[in-house]
Design a protein around this ligand. Structure first.
Ligand code: UT7
Length: 320
């Protein structure tokens, strides 16, 4: 028996990005009122000046709808064009149902394939890799790829090692089929031996991380993954217009950018005013960079995600 499969499409590309941030700004000084920390320590060690924290009405679905709606509006496509919605999140308020079907319904997208994906801070790169594969295989014409996180719901606000880092927000991209590939091959991987390095151990627990161990891993193991993504896409690091690492810590972002030697690239530093929004940080940062006109349309950008799992992924994309 021979099964029929759809005709393959040469590539996929991103038509538009969108983002959403909660209105509430929380400064370092505000946190220092309740935990033993300081604006100086947080700026120097992590690079954060302020972050956005969601209110009770700003759940993952709500933030995802805003970010994805903005991306859809910018793409020139309508809800009827989308047949796949992939939502990356590691801060789901409950394990089921997935958030993606609700996001699709709220946007008026009728009966798409829709699922959540958990690769923590690497989630957006994983989701983009999955959507790119679906579009190229001909199983989806156009896909919405979203990273949305409400990390604040899983924080122990008396723990100064985590409460000063994590934050809330969403970013999204519309992916379409293309004769010219605009999404390079994803380089993805994991190391489950170190699953306990960043963890919410059970439903009554908060986020815990071994900060120094993760810092060493992120500054050592991730640049080679980023370089491999460039190599597989056939793009020299010196040709990159932007490098958008997961916004974990400004010192990690700088270390990765230095090792990649992307000498002509704008390096994303969205963490300064957005904090670490885990799976949302990459599309959130890039959407804001595009909106400000910091990066040229059509040029290559390197996306690099890494975090709990441990999981990591990178790919080069063409900026819409
Ligand atoms: O997004 C997922 C991936 N996550 C990451 O990539 C996070 C990677 N790790 C990091 O970014 C850093 O390790 C942290 C920001 C989490 C911590 O920075 P660090 O420079 O590694 O600090 P540390 O944990 O080594 O702590 C240094 C000192 C300690 O005091 P002693 O033992 O030297 O007296 C901590 O108790 O700083 C203390 N400390 C703080 N002091 C003021 C820890 N947190 C704070 C704080 N304010 N918020």
């Amino acid at each position: 028996m021979k099964l029929r499969v759809p005709a393959a499409v040469p590539g996929s590309r991103i038509l538009a990005f969108g983002d959403y941030q909660p209105a509430r700004v929380v400064t370092n000084d505000e946190l220092a009122e309740t935990v033993d920390t300081s604006d100086e320590w947080i700026r120097t060690r992590v690079g954060i000046a302020s972050r956005r924290i969601a209110g009770p009405e700003e759940g993952i679905v709500e933030m995802a709808v805003h970010a994805a709606g903005k991306a859809l509006a910018g793409s020139g496509l309508g809800p009827g064009d989308i047949d796949l919605v992939v939502l990356a999140t590691c801060s789901a308020e409950s394990p089921m149902p997935a958030h993606a079907p609700q996001v699709a319904s709220r946007l008026g997208i009728d009966a798409p394939g829709a699922f959540d994906l958990n690769a923590a801070c690497a989630g957006f790169c994983y989701a983009l890799g999955a959507a790119d594969a679906a579009v190229r295989a001909g199983t989806a014409r156009n896909a919405l790829v979203i990273g949305a996180e409400k990390m604040s719901a899983w924080l122990d606000w008396s723990d100064r090692s985590t409460s000063i880092i994590f934050a809330d927000g969403a970013g999204a991209a519309v992916v379409t089929g293309s004769a010219e590939p605009g999404v390079g091959p994803v380089v993805w991987g994991s190391d489950g031996d170190h699953h306990d390095k960043i963890i919410i151990p059970d439903r009554n627990a908060f986020i815990r991380q071994e900060g120094q161990a993760v810092f060493r891993w992120a500054t050592g193991a991730i640049a080679p993954v980023a370089l491999e993504a460039c190599e597989r896409a056939g793009v020299a690091p010196s040709d990159l217009a932007a490098i958008v690492p997961h916004q974990a810590n400004l010192r990690i972002v700088d270390a990765i950018a230095r090792k990649v030697k992307a000498t002509n690239a704008v390096v994303a530093d969205d963490i300064v005013h957005s904090g670490n929004t885990s799976g949302a940080s990459i599309p959130l940062a890039l959407s804001r960079m595009i909106e400000r006109g910091d990066v040229p349309s059509g040029a290559p950008a390197l996306l690099v995600g890494f975090g709990a799992g441990l999981a990591y992924a990178a790919q080069v994309i063409q900026i819409p």
